[in-house]
Design a protein around this ligand. Structure first.
Ligand SMILES: NC(=O)c1ccc[n+]([C@@H]2O[C@H](COP(=O)([O-])OP(=O)(O)OC[C@H]3O[C@@H](n4cnc5c(N)ncnc54)[C@H](OP(=O)(O)O)[C@@H]3O)[C@@H](O)[C@H]2O)c1
Length: 274
């Protein structure tokens, strides 16, 4: 079967001023796609745009918040005004948080679901009629944290688990249209130094540096995204740990529940001495 080529295709990558989104933007550009960058903050977005331009790539940057529908309509309009079409949408923008259900404020839950869920629904709705015309791709950035409910990561893990049914529904709704729908369950990835998360009280803090264990580089994650589009894959699980957890949960869910319960107890002991 001949592969779908991303060369000369127009791709929007949400949340691409840094991190995995930026790596996907570079990987798509390197294969000849025209890429539209996006994020809420203007300065890092412009910096990334300049970086990609200096690499010789054809890029546009549109500032906007994916949790706001009007911003997504503008993102789509500016893309079509500049490049004439949309072939690929990578729903990548998301935020992470820490905290139990008991400790996390309702405002933090609302923010998480607004960005991590409405933030993929809004761009998809805004871009869908154009992607139908080009029979292109809509790809979502899931997480291995979305395989089960994770204590202390309740808001994040549930927002990522919801993607599974959302993407499944979209895939079925688009059967026969020629549009490819993909969901990549990303595992532990090397973070940008400045990556932040939201605390249970709603404060923004820098994510502590992770140990090397089972981490994948952002460039490798991006390669999997591009391969998934070229091969029109529905689901991919990244990292050996991700694959191990996915299969393990299917056959031995109690073992994983036990491990998570122990980890949660350790966190509580450290935090409250109980
Ligand atoms: N890093 C990991 O280990 C890991 C593992 C599994 C899954 N993932 C997933 O991979 C994706 C990227 O993560 P990352 O680690 O690269 O994160 P990151 O370094 O924090 O980058 C997130 C990007 O999204 C943008 N963004 C956040 N909220 C936005 C909004 N409402 N509207 C538009 N842009 C927004 C950020 O810029 P602004 O803040 O300026 O908007 C930034 O460009 C996320 O979906 C995440 O859940 C990551």
């Amino acid at each position: 079967m001949s592969r779908y080529s991303v060369k000369d295709k127009v791709a929007i990558v949400t949340g691409s001023s840094q991190g995995i989104g930026k790596a996907i933007a570079i990987a798509l550009s390197a294969k000849g796609a025209k890429v539209v960058l996006n994020s809420r903050s203007l300065e890092p977005l412009q910096k990334t745009k300049t970086e990609l331009k200096e690499m010789g790539y054809d890029v546009l940057a549109v500032q906007g918040d994916v949790s706001v529908y009007d911003d997504c309509e503008r993102l789509v309009k500016e893309t079509v005004d500049t490049f004439g079409q949309i072939d690929i949408l990578i729903n990548n923008a998301a935020i992470s948080s820490e905290g139990s259900i008991e400790d996390t404020s309702p405002e933090v839950f609302e923010k998480m679901f607004k960005i991590n869920l409405m933030g993929v629904i809004n761009p998809t709705k805004a871009a869908l009629s154009y992607i139908r015309k080009t029979k292109g791709s809509i790809v979502f950035t899931g997480s291995i944290s979305g395989f089960m409910g994770l204590p202390n990561y309740s808001a994040y893990s549930s927002s990522k688990m919801a993607l599974t049914s959302l993407v499944h529904a979209l895939k079925l709704e688009l059967v026969g249209t020629g549009v490819h729908v993909g969901l990549n369950y990303v595992g532990f990835t090397e973070n940008e130094e400045q990556k932040t998360f939201i605390t249970a009280e709603g404060k923004s803090e820098v994510v502590p540096v992770r140990k090397q264990f089972a981490k994948m580089s952002r460039e490798k994650v991006a390669k999997h995204f591009v391969k998934g589009i070229e091969r029109r894959k529905y689901k991919q699980t990244l990292t050996w740990l991700g694959k191990f957890i996915r299969v393990g949960l299917q056959y031995f869910p109690q073992i994983f529940e036990m491990a998570m319960t122990l980890a949660w107890k350790r966190i509580q002991k450290k935090r409250h001495g109980i």
